[in-house]
Design a protein around this ligand. Structure first.
Ligand code: SF4
Ligand code: SF4
Length: 207
């Protein structure tokens, strides 16, 4: 056996009387450093349901689902912590001033059951009164109106929602348009496809 060097012996003696380099976790809770990137968390107050975070997420850890059940149309955004790589792109690209989803300092995210690693936010959806397809989350459309100001009066869907905000009309109508589309329907909440068709049908360009 090789004899220990004097320097190594000195280090061994010093280590007996000095503090350990490792932490005492889990007996002593770990405090993450300032810019630690832990589990992202939705803020249901701030999130407007645009879905940008789901689009930019490189790991596919945010799922966007639109569901229509009778008169109830809902957008659900779900975060899967088990898939997340904590890159921070969702927060960096959040249109709600980076407040709709934020990375927390939560690092201890081991779960025993499938599904425990998820959390969601839900938003009311606005549907086209012509064909019933999804136009967008109501909160997102209101966010857009506030962002572009008076320019929103030039867009049919936003104009309708504006009237509700200004209390000119009582509520956003959700009944479907009966019969074929015509030019008067451009003042309803209709998607760009139905808007185009309402003009074409009225001009007898399309049957
Ligand atoms: S931190 Fe990155 S991987 Fe995790 S949800 Fe956000 S964008 Fe996706
Ligand atoms: S507001 Fe932010 S958190 Fe909410 S859906 Fe849009 S990007 Fe995601």
């Amino acid at each position: 056996m090789r004899k220990p060097k004097i320097r190594e012996l000195g280090e061994a003696v010093r280590s007996i009387f000095s503090k350990p380099y490792t932490t005492r976790f889990p007996r002593v809770p770990h405090v993450p450093f300032e810019r630690f990137r832990g589990k992202p968390q939705f803020n249901s107050e701030k999130c407007v349901g645009c879905g940008a975070c789901a689009i930019v997420c490189p790991a596919g850890a945010i799922k966007l689902e639109d569901s229509i059940d009778g008169n109830k149309a809902v957008r659900r955004l779900t975060h899967y912590a088990g898939i997340c790589i904590f890159c921070g792109q969702c927060e960096a690209n959040c249109i709600a001033d980076k407040l709709g989803i934020k990375l927390t300092k939560e690092f201890d995210i081991a779960y025993f059951k499938q599904g425990e690693d998820t959390h969601s936010v839900e938003h009311e959806l606005i549907l086209c009164q012509g064909c019933g397809r999804v136009i967008g989350a109501k909160k997102h459309l209101i966010w857009t109106i506030r962002k572009i100001g008076h320019l929103s009066f030039a867009q049919g869907i936003l104009l309708n929602i504006n009237q509700q905000i200004l209390q000119i009309s009582s509520e956003i109508p959700d009944e479907k348009i009966k019969g074929p589309l015509n030019r008067t329907h451009i003042f309803k909440i209709i998607c760009p496809q139905c808007r185009r068709e309402s003009f074409l049908i009225d001009e007898n360009i399309k049957d």
